[in-house]
Every structure is written in C-alpha cells, then in structure tokens.
Ligand binder design. Sequence first.
Ligand code: UDX
Length: 759
Amino acid sequence: LDPNSLNENDRSKRANEPRSTQKPAQAQVPDRADVKAPENLFKVDENLCEVTHNDAKSAIQRASDECKPKIHKSYCDHKAGMLLPSRIERTCPHAKRFVAQAPAVTTKNPDAKIRICYFLIVHGRSLRQIKRLVKNIYHTDHVLYFHVDSRSHWLHSELKKLTLEYPNIFLADWRETPIWGGTSLLTTIFRGLTDMVEKQYKWDFFINLSFADFPVKSNDDLVQFLFKYRDKNFMKSHGREPEKFITKQGLDRVFFECDNHMYRISERKTPIGIEIDGGSDWIALNREFSEWLVFSKDENLEQLKIWFNFTLLPAESFFHTAVQNTHWCESFVDNNIRVTNWNRARGCKCQYKAIVDWCGCSPNDFMPKDLNRLKTSRPIFFARKFEEFVSQEAVHKVEADVYGEYSSGTPSLNSYWENIYNAEETERFSDPSKADITKDGQISIFNSWKRLAKLDGSAKLTDVHIYLERKRAEVGYVLEYKLENGDTRQIYVKKKDEPNNESDEIPISIQIGTKWDVKELVFRDPGGLISTQLPIHASLRFHNVHEKFHAIAVIQDPSGTPADQIEMDIPEDEEKRKRRAKTSTFHCEGELGGEVVAADKLALSLPLRPGVWTVSVYVRGTRSMKYIEDSKTHFTVSPLGLFAGKPIGSSDAARSNGGAKVLNNKKKDLKLWNRFIDDVPTADKSSHFALSLAKNSSFVSEQLNSWTDEILSQGWTIASTCTTNSLSPLPDCSKSYWSTFYPDPKSELGEVNSNGRLR
Ligand code: UDX
C-alpha cells in the first residue's frame, strides 16, 4: 500500500479505521462454531501434529485436497518453531532507521545516462493501454521485460508479437499466477529481477510497473534524477506507528499461499533483531542492491526470504525490510518516485476476500479531478492507477502534459478498444468439463448478432472487442470474422437508440448490466451482454444534484410485471453522500467527474426471464410519487443458446430459459406500482405470457435461434460492416472509425525516433 498520496483528511481517518489490510475477513473465515470437520480432516498425515488453531482448522477445511496436507505441514512446522526464523541480525550501522535524502534535480547534467530495466507485470486484456504505456516509457537505452499472468493467454500471445519487433523488449518464458496480496507476486518480482541480473543486460535501475502505471514526467527527467542518485534505492514507507502497521498489515499472522489463495493459518511474532518496514510494492532498485538480493548468500537475507514466504502482501515489505536492516541501509530513500491514487471509501470494500483471508484495499483509477494529486514537491515520475477503460481523459491529460498534445485531427484520440473474446484462446484453454455461464451467454448473443448481420454460416468469429469513446459517449462491440474465401469482415453492434433520458428536472442516466465494479463505479461490461443466468446491477447517474431527493428505479420483466425496485436516497452535499456510501446498502458516490453515481444489485431470481425488460425512475416527494419524464430505458435478456460451449439441449434449455417461479428473490411487495405504471399486465395477460414462456423454453436449435433473434433485434442494431478486402464494395475497415483496423496512433508503436524513443 502506498500511503503517500493520502491527503491529510484521509490520513487521519486511516489512523482510526481498518484499512487494506484491515481486520481479518471474518466473513471469509467460517465462524469457529461452524467448522464442522469430518472425523479424519485433521489427520491428513498421522505423523503430523493436531490442529488446534481455528485459523488453520478453517483453512484446511476450505482448501483443496492438494493443499490440505501442505497447510497442515506448515502449521505444524510453525507450531514446533521450525517454520520461521525467530531472530534475524541487523547489520545496518545505524541503530535507528536511516533515510537518505533525494530532492528534485534542478540543474540538468548533459552527460547524464541511465539505463532502466522496466519489469512489467501484467494481466487481463488491456493491450492497447499497455502499448500506450510502452510508447511512453520506451528508450533504446532501456530494457522492457514483461511477465504475463499464466491465466492471461490472449495477452501473452499478443505481447509475444511485440518482442519480435524491438530488440530490447522481452517476455518471460515462465508464467507465475500472481494473486492479489500473495507471495506469488513477490516470487514474480524476484524471478524477474533474477533473470535481469543473470542475463547480463546493461541496466542501472530496476523499476516494476503494471499496466495501470503511467509516466508523469519525461524519460529525460527520470534519467537526470536517477543519474544523480544512482547509489540509492527508492521505496515508500507506510508512515504510521510500526506496531500499528504490523497488525493492520497482518504481518503478525502466518499466511500460506495455495489454490491461488492466501490462507491465514496462525499467529506469529516478528523476528527479534530487525525492524519490519513496508508500504508500497512499487520500487526502484539500483543494480548493486539488486545483484546482492539475487546472488548473496548472506544468512540474514536468506532468513528474511523464508519469513516473507509466509507473509500477506510480502512485496510491500520485503524490499523495505531488506534494505533498511542490512549494510544497504544508507541507500534507502523514502520515496518510490510515484503517486498512488487512494480513495479509501471506494478502494477498501474488502473486495479480495475470495482471494485472501483478510480485507484488502486497492488504489483507484485516476479521474481528471484526481490529477491535482500529481502536484507535489516530492520528485515523482509515475502515477497509478490509470485505466483507459474507465477514464481515457485522465491518461490523455497526463500524456499531453509530458510529451505535448497530439496534433489536431489525429485519429482515435477519443477511442479505446479492449478485446473481450478470442476464439483461439477459448478453443485452446477452456475446460470443456466446466460450464462457463458468462461465456455461454456471450457466445449465444454473438451468434444471434451474426444471424442478424446476415453473415454466411461458414463465417468464423475470431475476436470481439468493446469499443468505447471517451466518457463512454459511445459504446459498441466489434465482431471480427474470417470468411471462407479468406476475407476478414467486421461488424459493429450497438444498443438501439433510447430516447434521451435526461429530463430537465433531474437529469439521470440509467444503466443495467453485469460485472459492476464497486471500486470504479462502472460496469466492466459497459454494453450489457445479459443472459438468463447472470446477476445484474442497476446504476443511476445523476448530473448536477443540488438538493436531496429520493429516487426509485422500478424494473419490469418482459411482460411488464414489476420485478424489483431499488430506492436511493441521494443527499444534497458531497460529504453526506460520502457518508452514505459507507452506510447504505447501495453505493452512492459524489462528484465522480461531476456526477453522483448510485448503484445496487437487483434482487431478481435466476434464471431471468428472456425478453425485453424495462426500467423507469420515479422521485418520491413527501406525499407523492412522480415519474421522471423519459426516464424509461430497456435492456434485453438473451436466452442461453449454448451450454458448456455446445448447442444447448432441451433439459438445459428448460432449466435456463424458462425464468424463475418467483420474480423477486427477496419477495418484495411491488403491488404499489400497479397504481403508477400503466403497462402492468392484467392477470390474463400475465398467464398468457407465462404460457408462451413455458413453450419457448422448450426450444432448441432453429426455434431457439429465432426466439433469441426476435428479442435481441429489439435491443441491438448492426450499425455498420467493413472488410479488409480492398476489392470489396463494402466499407474499408481502415476507414471505419469503430474498427480495430482504424489507425490508433496513441497506441501504435512504429519506428524508433532519432532520440531513441517511440513517443
Ligand atoms: C495494490 C498494490 O499495487 C498491490 O501490488 C498490492 O499487492 C495491493 O495493493 P492493486 O493496485 O489493486 O493493489 O494491485 P494490481 O495492480 O491489480 O496488481 C498488482 C500486480 O499484480 C500488477 O502488476 C498486476 O498485473 C499483477 N496481478 C494482479 C496479476 O498478474 N494477476 C492478477 O490476477 C492480479
């Protein structure tokens, strides 16, 4: 965690409340009384000790068969005092923490030359943003070394192509599976560092980056700075009471990574002799210290490595502790040359409890309004986190500040593409024995769009990208096909235009979708690919809110029957809204780019009824309920056409496409709405709808396709088509603004400039 970017307000709050590393996630760890172990559970190995600690009992209970004995063994070793060193010698000549100073460089040295080894640990699918980052940090003097998460197959194959184009960009041929807060992240950093030290590339500093980092100063500024302080090591400390840091960070607990999960298994004491320090895991290490970390057989260093192997978020503490307690201590600078954008109300919602037995925090993406955090006297050269998917504006502003605006008329400055489907990856890496409901739903929708676009049945879908314009002014899907004659064809699918749902009174926009991101307050699937088996959220954005009001969104199923309502009390000022964000069941956030965002999960029973659903917004006054003019919006729920990647059979179709018996899973009484909504169906109409739904849910093959197409054609439109075949009369993809073949200079790398850079 990087406490550096907290303002004073946040800092004081931080001292009082649980944080990243907040209290143990009790919700995750089964209640002690609930742990009903099978008779033989704790006798995995007769020779091992009895498990008495509840954390370990719970961990073994939840772990896979492969991990149970490993956890058990580590627990017993710890109990016997054999797992962790209890004493590590401090060899720093200073009794107390020594902090070297490295103020900003004010005079340029014309001879300054520094070679940087950037180690980029990436995952996910944000290829265009990664390329934009590379374009901004690249220099022929530097080395760029990528590690791609073992689960991110598509990204790996795309980055491999990049390594063929530039002699100083490399891709690790090993693949770890780093998890949030895991020892695997430290292992990944350490393996990367080891490779770079052993491979004899010439570099002076090792800097780790993720796809969400972006430079906020020029390469030249960074080189000048590092040249002056080439004997230093840059890390950021937590800046709070050491004891508090240790408990909040879970350093006084033993963790064990297995099943891609950090299991908490016991308590422990920190080693006598050394001071544990930590903060952010984003670092800049000089070559000499890096070599020592990799090659030295120093007994204390070895002990530290063992101790951190059983530590939550070890990457945030290992390097700090190693530099400060050894003869390197005078090289420690308490500045990791970056700013991290923390917004604790949003970033600390304990969103990692499925991955770690603890409550984790994450920094937020920069929005334009957060960029004033970059104005600091501390020398900083990078900031995180940036996501073009969330705010292209912020990335654009930072890049323009450093290297100037792109010339007017440069194409795609407001566009972003992100791949969401790649056929080759799906074919090679999907596990056919496991049904992936999200993917089955997506492909059912893609298949329908292909029919609606009247593409030949033999056209093979190869890729799907989301297309986003800045501020999400336009959202669409680009589907790419290989035709039988070898041509490449793309189609662009958008939602049908809705009436402008911004009334004069309270301007509101409504979105319904899956994959609601509680931290960034956006849908990760911004277009809304909804099928019957997915839980959905409703999000309301209110523009220019100056007075308190009480909004209610009513959701009607395809027959018009009210299926749920969500109520949102929006306070009039930002402070109150922030407080509300913490206490209410829905998220309500002020001033997200001038808007108030409120969102809640809908209490709809699964499977959802296929068809066109409706949402409208009302405002509750003291005595009245008022419909907001034009607030009605629609969304489609597609029937499932596939199950476990294969055309769906009749029993799975009946189970998936017939809707649930009870619409609202909280059994809310929604009769009130019959008074306000004029299209609520009569009893006759309702039973007629139920009968036709029962019939339709028996459909498979052609009948199912027609039903799906009928539903989706009401919500989606094939907005455009293009080809890469210059002889075809169809529009040319390289001239279609939405196509992935359209020029995108901000993310295209091209040839190296005479100054050694790409940007
Ligand atoms: C922040 C710190 O940056 C993080 O390193 C620390 O462990 C917790 O607080 P956050 O910014 O949310 O977390 O982490 P994120 O950037 O998502 O991940 C850290 C690094 O791990 C990145 O380089 C990321 O690419 C990598 N990672 C994360 C993976 O490779 N795979 C994953 O599944 C998750």
